[in-house]
Design a protein around this ligand. Sequence first.
Ligand SMILES: *Cc1c(COP(=O)(O)O)cnc(C)c1O
Length: 349
Amino acid sequence: MTSADIIDLRSDTVTRPTPEMRKAMADAEVGDDVFGEDPTVARLEEKVASLLGKEAALFVTSGTMANQLAILLQTRRGDEIIVSAGAHCAWYESGAAAALAGVQPVSVGTDGLFTIDDVERSIKPSFDWYPRTSLVAFENTHNRGGGRVWPRAQLEQVAAFARGRGLAVHLDGARIWNAAVATGDAPAAIAAPFDTVSACFSKGLGAPVGSALCSTRERITAARKLRKMLGGGMRQAGVIAAGALHALDHHRDRLALDHGNARVIARIMGEVPGAVVDVRSVETNIVMIDLPSLDAERVARQAAERGVLVSVFGPHRLRAVTHLDVARTAEEGARRLASAVIAANGGCE
Ligand SMILES: *Cc1c(COP(=O)(O)O)cnc(C)c1O
């Protein structure tokens, strides 16, 4: 099997820029963005701020940097922040919230969602000996929650409650574009209740690099300085910003296709003995596959031998993610994965 035959369902970050995207990048007008002189970065920041209904945006290297800037901006050392169980900002950012902002995360809820009650019970009273609770981080769609989309009403109610209690509210919208396509809501409507919103260009949108942090002009000015402090000031970044702009213009609507492909994978895997998939919970481009009596690592290795790559998400859990580069091969990927599960389960193919 050559690498071209491999169907890579590990993540929506594995996409390569399309020829049209590469052309847009090659043709990008650039300048030194640390001097504020890159016109393509400026265009991208204006566009994403407007799409998310915020005053300003900052182009950053990664979703991690966007989330951590939001935390740095709105907390003090020793604070506590409330996050969803399995939140990216606590699970996948190398302990940055603790190491850089000096805050401790407390996890609430299930499948990425939580309630007013969850927040209320987690806010610490203001005695000397408690940490100060200062921020609530939402994630929509939720990665470890299997790409779950927050119901709009619940999102708005919980965010309004947190704000009412004087907490900052941040939305990790790495996949806000998927949430918007899945619900038909405008990205700005989903972002509206939040003080800060991060969004990725290098996930399902298929750009090679970059995320944005969106907020008020004042916070983004402060974030620009913190970005430089973290080593995230980039020079002729218009080359990569052009990829992100191209993605925003051309790759948002097609996410519906990825969502359809994820449902196809869910249906196929749901029928495989030994695999458990909650088909109804597959709302976007992520499929969680539980293998209650099998070793997920071993099944992933056997799947790789059959030419399909998936992520191991727990001792008995695999994750498959659809994206631009598997638009036509996702179903075949599911068949190869099914074959690996059947073999691991002791069955014949
Ligand atoms: C991927 C992702 C991020 C950012 O990841 P980077 O690799 O740092 O760009 C943030 N939040 C969620 C929910 C993600 O899935």
